[in-house]
Write a protein that binds this ligand. Structure first.
Ligand code: ADP
Length: 404
């Protein structure tokens, strides 16, 4: 089945065209700077052909229309006609408590996604915009929503409740939801395969380290705890997000600086993390390349980032009652031997011992990077959220066709 996978942000659309029979991605790319006269559309085909175009794209509907135009283009494209697309799979960030698995999108589902806007005001509105835009461009084609929160719906109350008055949970559904679920699910399943044996008893920690970062404890294939919370702000130090802080800090800063809610939100989400600490960049590669050696603030920022991660590995090993495998994924996790090494420093006592040579070699590829005799297997595994979305979309479309 040919699936058009979409991930829609505020001013961007990422896409992939995936054939589920071969699990091959025929083409992938993005539209950036939607709303500007010089939006950028990119396409990368499976044969390695790449192209970039600068065109006016004012909204998500135009973005998807243009992507489909280029996918059908004689010179740049990979399909003859958009009618070859059999289904669309959407990444949707928040499914709340009501949606705990991927679903075929209908009016009821749209209402539920809309209801979750309050829980994910920075994400769900754009995901909805993407769904509407896809419906306009591909009328009558089934659309499936795959949620970032779904994999974490197995987290038990002792891990998802905050120690606040219980009424906020009951009335406002304030609790830990967790994000990056599709990525944690994919790499956990890969790690189970690579470990062999009985996956029902495996204890795995998965670390998704991209611009956003989160870490998940997976027991017997299920997420039992994860570092992001009600929103993607909690937990690890990220590119521009602070992760865990004493909640009273923000009250103090708001009082002292006279910040509005929006300003405080922006401070924590866009100006903190590596960016805030280093004062230089939110991008790990930038920090390592440009300032890592001499700049004290850059070094400190990286130390805080890695220490937080190391601490969570210890905490989640305790939550799991042991550890069989640790997985690194996403931009930093897949590509940076230096950061992986720094994070694992001092964890030999719990059986985490990297093989220096393997660690250096594992850049953008799936590899075991721990010593063969180490108690814990450590892997670098490139994530593939789009493939999970395509697989789920195919499954759900097939099921709905059977039901007739
Ligand atoms: P997103 O969360 O936006 O999908 P990615 O998963 O692509 O982002 O991760 C982006 C992060 O990965 C950036 O901080 C980038 O610097 C980092 N990164 C990518 N390649 C490397 C590398 N070779 N070494 C260190 N960091 C890298």
């Amino acid at each position: 089945m040919l699936i058009f996978v979409l991930n829609c942000g505020s001013s961007s659309v990422k896409y992939q065209l995936i054939h589920t029979e071969t699990e091959e991605s025929l083409a992938r790319g993005s539209v950036d700077r939607i709303g500007m006269s010089s939006a950028q559309l990119s396409i990368l085909r499976s044969d390695g052909y790449k192209a970039k175009f600068e065109i006016e794209i004012l909204d998500h509907t135009q973005a998807i229309e243009q992507i489909l135009n280029y996918l059908q283009h004689k010179e740049h494209g990979v399909i003859k006609d958009k009618s070859e697309v059999e289904a669309v799979g959407h990444r949707v960030v928040h499914g709340g408590q009501q949606i705990t698995e991927s679903v075929l999108i209908d009016d009821k589902v749209l209402t539920k996604i809309r209801q979750c806007i309050e829980l994910a005001p920075l994400h769900n509105p754009h995901n909805l915009r993407g769904i509407n835009a896809a419906m306009q461009n591909l009328p009558g084609i089934p659309q499936v929503a795959v949620f970032d929160t779904a994999f974490h719906s197995s987290i038990p109350p002792k891990a998802f409740l905050y120690a606040l008055p219980y009424v906020f949970y009951l009335r406002d559904e304030i609790r830990r939801y967790g994000f990056h679920g599709t990525s944690h699910f994919y790499v956990a399943r890969r790690a189970e395969k690579l470990c062999g044996g009985d996956s029902a008893s495996l204890k795995i920690i998965t670390a998704h380290l991209g611009n956003g970062c989160s870490i998940t404890a997976v027991k017997g294939g299920k997420s039992i705890d994860t570092s992001m919370g009600l929103t993607p702000l909690e937990g690890l130090v990220m590119g521009t997000r602070c992760g865990d802080i004493d909640p009273s800090i923000i009250l103090q800063i708001m009082g002292r600086e006279g910040l509005t809610l929006n300003e405080a939100n922006s401070l924590l989400n866009k100006h903190s993390g590596l960016q805030g600490l280093s004062g230089t960049s939110s991008d790990v590669r930038d920090l390592l390349e440009k300032g890592g050696r001499d700049d004290e603030r850059v070094k400190l920022a990286i130390d805080v980032y890695c220490y937080r991660m190391t601490k969570y590995i210890g905490a989640y090993a305790a939550a799991l009652g042991g550890l069989d495998a640790l997985v690194f994924t996403a931009g930093v996790g897949e590509n940076s031997p230096l950061m992986r090494g720094k994070i694992c420093e001092g964890l030999e006592f719990m059986g985490i011992e990297l093989d220096e040579e393997a660690n250096q070699k594992a850049v953008g590829k799936e590899m075991l990077i721990s010593r063969k005799d180490g108690r814990v297997k450590v892997f670098a595994i490139p994530t593939n959220e789009e493939l999970v979305i395509a697989r789920d979309t195919e499954k759900i479309v097939n099921e709905s066709r059977k039901k007739g």
